[in-house]
Write a new protein. Structure first.
Length: 258
């Protein structure tokens, strides 16, 4: 079977080497370059299934790589990584066709899961009966195929329109610590702040209970709360209808950070 080919574009050699070791050990063919010019040259001559690019490169703006990759190889996916996240960059990444917008620093497992989401998304299938029942309360992975997701520590955000975004959780991220039981929204919350908790997840590892704070991936005014999140999660866990599960918790009107 042909290995999936990944191009990593980052001027930090540690990032390139780390991705080659980590993703390579999982069976991916990984190539790393340190500047935009080299990346553009490689994209023009070779086919890649996934391009992972930093925003800040020594010679070109990272979003130029996104545009070039999606123009020359529209079938490829792009992950944008940055140590300086901004809402404007996230929106532009989405407009250009990036799959996800990720914030540094990240763990090896986090990057590996991000890469796997790209390839798994092409084969995700959810049972029609489940989708019909919970279509207004869950996000089918297939709906994310052509949209970027701002993703960090198990939380994500995606645009519904210029003025409305969904924010939520990837249930699989929290299952690692035990069986997820319940989502609890913070009562009376009118707005969310990037990096600040807006909900709690309660889980059980079979011995003791655990509580995880769900921190907002962006800042905004809350417009709607998902009142059926727990019902949707309960059904997902019972039926195992999807390999990776995205539950939206709130719809917000984004506010640019000052």
């Amino acid at each position: 079977m042909t290995k999936n080919r990944i191009l990593v574009v980052d001027d930090d050699p540690v990032i390139g080497l780390s991705c080659k070791r980590m993703l390579g050990s999982e069976g991916f063919s990984v190539f790393a370059v340190k500047d935009g010019e080299s990346a553009i040259d490689k994209i023009s001559k070779e086919e890649f299934d996934l391009v992972i690019t930093d925003i800040r490169l020594p010679d070109v703006y990272g979003l130029t790589i996104v545009k070039e990759a999606k123009t020359v190889q529209p079938q490829s996916d792009v992950l944008v990584i940055t140590g300086y996240p901004s809402l404007d960059d996230a929106k532009e990444s989405i407009r250009l066709g990036a799959f996800e917008y990720l914030e540094k620093p990240f763990t090896p497992d986090f990057m590996l899961n991000a890469a796997k989401r790209v390839f798994d998304a092409r084969g995700w299938v959810m049972r029609k009966s489940y989708v019909d029942q919970f279509k207004d309360y869950v996000v089918c992975p297939s709906e994310l195929d052509d949209k970027a997701v701002y993703y960090k520590d198990g939380t994500w955000a995606r645009p519904l329109s210029a003025d409305l975004w969904e924010i939520g959780v990837d249930v699989r991220h929290f299952l690692a610590g035990g069986q997820l039981l319940f989502v609890e929204h913070i009562s009376g919350l009118k707005a969310v702040m990037s990096g600040e908790p807006f909900a709690k997840l309660l889980s059980n590892d079979g011995r003791t209970g655990a509580t995880y704070e769900v921190k907002a991936p962006m800042t905004g005014i809350i417009k709607e709360i998902n009142q059926r999140a727990n019902e949707a999660i309960s059904s997902l866990l019972k039926e195992h209808v999807c390999e990776s599960w995205f539950i939206w918790l709130a719809k917000i009107s984004p506010v640019a950070a000052k």
